[in-house]
Design a binder for this molecule. Structure first.
Ligand code: AQP
Length: 333
């Protein structure tokens, strides 16, 4: 079984990324052949700072290593080191409709946020590049948070359409979205997901944040009217705190709700704040040990890229042959 997922080099990964995706990457290493990619090409689709992108990529890679992603147990690499991703993206554009891309929630949300900036064609094509990332590795399973559900669905449609049009070639992947913690919400606006691009810093807990800052943020999380600790649509703040606690403790949210029956909102906030601090502390400590050694990070990425290129090239050549592009196979060196 092959597992693939990509993560953006935004550097400051947050609790939602950690619970929704990163910890699934670690777990995936024991279940199948895991391939994880830090997607620097995706990062260029919104305004970004070229001078800091490489540094942020090292930060993100070091977070993955600190969390337990182990280059000896998986293939870990940087997207731009494997040019087959960009080429397959272009080829898959021929089986992707313009209409599908206009319906992607992420494109709608992110383009709406860039009122005065350029809305790049890259942002529009982002889901096709993501499909290429996944399909190049004949992936069976894609561990992601709930916000990526629609992109994985599109990837499936693209693979099916390619196979129908050109003959059975690509594996149609399934998403693996965790039952608990698939959508951690913003602590200040619990009707929105916790997000890197949130405008209010207090709503987002970062993996590398100091314990004092985490305690402050969680303790000042927005709660709801009433006093009962309960999972309910009209209690998004309390429901989110119960979900976070459940994800950390490996329980069902309903069981955490029972644990807190009769207690006050303040008690829940203190308990969740302390649990988050304890949960993230070992990752932060390990990150601090690993991050200074950029040479070692670069070596790990280069080793992963060599392995990834070999797999990716095989798929790309199959795609060329099916699509009738490039030189005939027997003439290739
Ligand atoms: N709030 C979340 N809850 C659970 N999972 C989440 N993910 C993102 N937000 C949540 C999952 O994290 C993985 C990596 O996401 P990414 O590479 O897209 O990282 P990002 O862009 O830095 O994270 P954001 O917060 O999604 O950024 P915005 O929204 O600002 O662009 C993915 O598997 C994702 O599902």
């Amino acid at each position: 079984m092959r597992i693939f997922s990509g993560i953006q080099p935004t550097g400051r990964k947050h609790l939602g990324n950690y619970i929704g995706a990163i910890r699934q990457y670690v777990e995936g290493q024991t279940r199948g052949e895991s391939i994880y990619c830090v997607v620097d090409l995706h990062a260029t689709t919104v305004p970004y700072e070229p001078a800091t992108l490489r540094k942020l990529l090292y930060d993100t890679t070091a977070i993955l290593l600190a969390a337990g992603v182990d280059p000896d147990k998986c293939i870990l690499f940087r997207q731009s080191d494997v040019p087959q991703h960009s080429e397959l993206c272009w080829l898959l554009c021929s089986v992707t409709s313009h209409g599908e891309l206009t319906r992607m929630h992420q494109f709608k949300d992110k383009s709406a946020k860039q009122k005065d900036a350029l809305i790049s064609a890259g942002l529009f094509l982002y889901p096709v590049l993501m499909a290429a990332d996944i399909l190049l590795y004949k992936t069976d399973e894609v561990p992601v948070g709930d916000d990526q559900r629609q992109h994985v669905e599109l990837t499936r449609n693209i693979a099916e359409r390619f196979n129908e049009r050109f003959g059975e070639t690509l594996v149609v992947p399934k998403h693996r979205i965790p039952e608990v913690g698939a959508r951690i919400m913003d602590l200040q606006s619990p009707e929105q997901k916790m997000s890197t691009s949130s405008t209010n810093e207090n709503g987002t807990v970062y993996v590398l944040e100091e314990p004092k800052a985490i305690l402050k943020k969680v303790k000042s999380a927005v709660t709801d009217s009433g006093t009962e600790i309960k999972i309910a649509d009209d209690k998004p703040g309390i429901s989110n705190l119960l979900e976070i606690m459940a994800a950390i403790q490996g329980k069902k949210p309903a069981d955490v709700e029972k644990d807190f029956a009769g207690q006050r909102y303040g008690d829940l906030k203190v308990a969740v704040a302390e649990a988050v601090v304890q949960y993230l502390a070992p990752v932060r400590e390990r990150y601090n040990e690993l991050r200074p050694d950029e040479k070692r990070i670069e070596e790990a990425l280069a080793t992963g890229a060599a392995k990834a290129r070999a797999i990716a090239q095989r798929t790309l050549e199959e795609v060329w042959d099916k699509m009738g592009v490039g030189a005939p196979r027997m003439t290739r060196t």
